[in-house]
Design a protein around this ligand. Structure first.
Ligand code: GYE
Length: 349
């Protein structure tokens, strides 16, 4: 064999060995990550948990308000290992795309249940269809989804937000009558929550139903203040600059109310049942109830955040094969000066 041929032979053998090693390594890698023909095997991706635990994936809207914090605590307090659960919790930081990402992660991990509070009502059909095809029941809490096919979720647990809005209107009318102002022109501004959120839609609709029964009520403006204190303060400052006389603030959560109070004070006006601006608020968190007891907030419409235990009860029933309802409303009331102090004395849930 000539020298050239020996050289060619050596190169060919070397290339073949390199190729063989590369293919062997690739094969190991593919086997390692469970890929076959590009399809990941689902069982390889599931969170390694004690098989006896029920795995619950929870996608939470964010941490925008005191109410949200209480809602999150009610979830984390029930879905514990002691209660037989493995909780995978995701905070979407008020972004729908983060929620969709979290839901897809739960699906790929093949959780047993998905529990979530959708930031806004639209845009969920596709990802909920994927959960349905994966056989994962979806339990909605707090806010609703606007889907064509309601079989995409098993149950919704939350507040009757339209009723909350009506209660705000009814309690305002009661106080105005008590003050002999039932025929006065009443100029109203509304700090709304996140646009498209079920709470915002319902509270706006319910209050407007009552306002339309009072020709002397004028809603000067309603504005999205995103359920946050900062935005509530910013928007109330703008409204105070724009409108000389505001008689009533309807604030769709206490966090926005706290911000609005700063702006009202800075504008040299007084908030309160007997002040320049009467305030009707929503959520009835503890620090707001103190302001109700002091007459700064005239009435606060309770929004019950303790939905974790209701979601857990639904899952317990589903685990036993028992039927569950499509809707569960949590109990709520209205706080005024007459009952706020008593509520503050009651032990925390
Ligand atoms: O009023 C607010 C939170 O959807 C009922 O969202 C919930 C609302 C609540 O940011 O504080």
């Amino acid at each position: 064999m000539t020298e050239n041929k020996r050289e060619w032979f050596r190169i060919t053998v070397t290339v073949l060995i390199v190729l063989a090693v590369a293919m062997f390594a690739a094969g190991l890698m593919l086997l390692g990550c469970g890929e076959i023909n590009g399809e990941k095997k689902l069982e390889d991706m599931r969170t390694p948990v004690d098989e006896n635990l029920t795995v619950v994936g929870v996608s939470q809207v964010g941490s925008e308000s005191v109410w949200r914090t209480a809602n999150t605590e009610s979830i984390q307090n029930v879905f514990t290992k002691e209660n037989g659960y493995f909780l995978i919790f995701d905070n979407a930081r008020q972004k729908q795309e983060n929620q969709i990402k979290a839901l897809r992660s739960f699906i790929s991990q093949r959780v047993d249940y998905i529990v979530f509070s959708p930031l806004t009502e639209d845009g969920w059909d596709t990802v909920l269809q994927e959960a349905k095809e994966a056989g994962i029941p979806v339990i909605l809490i707090d806010r609703k989804v606007n889907v064509k096919d309601t079989s995409l979720y098993t149950t919704w647990i939350g507040s009757d937000f339209t009723r909350e809005g009506r209660m705000a209107g009814t309690v305002l009318a009661k106080y105005l009558t008590r003050q002999g102002r039932q025929d006065d022109t009443i100029r109203i501004v509304v700090l709304q929550g996140t646009e498209g959120a079920t709470a915002t839609i319902g509270r706006t609709r319910g209050f407007r139903e009552v306002a339309q029964q009072h020709d002397n009520w004028i809603i000067l403006e309603q504005v999205d203040a995103e359920f946050t204190t900062a935005k509530g303060e910013e928007e109330m400052e703008r409204l105070l600059d724009k409108y000389e006389d505001i008689d009533v603030l309807i604030s769709q959560n206490d966090d926005m109310t706290f911000g609005a109070l700063e702006a009202i004070d800075r504008a040299g006006k007084t908030a309160g049942t007997d002040g320049d601006i009467m305030i009707i608020s929503f959520d009835a968190v503890k620090n707001a109830l103190k302001l109700v007891a002091d007459g700064v907030i005239t009435a606060d419409i309770e929004c019950n955040p303790h939905q974790g235990e209701y979601a857990e009860t639904v899952i317990e029933r589903l685990e036993k094969g028992d039927p569950v309802a499509k809707l569960y409303f949590v109990p709520e009331t209205v706080y005024t000066k007459n009952n706020a102090a008593t509520a503050l004395e009651e032990p925390e849930d």
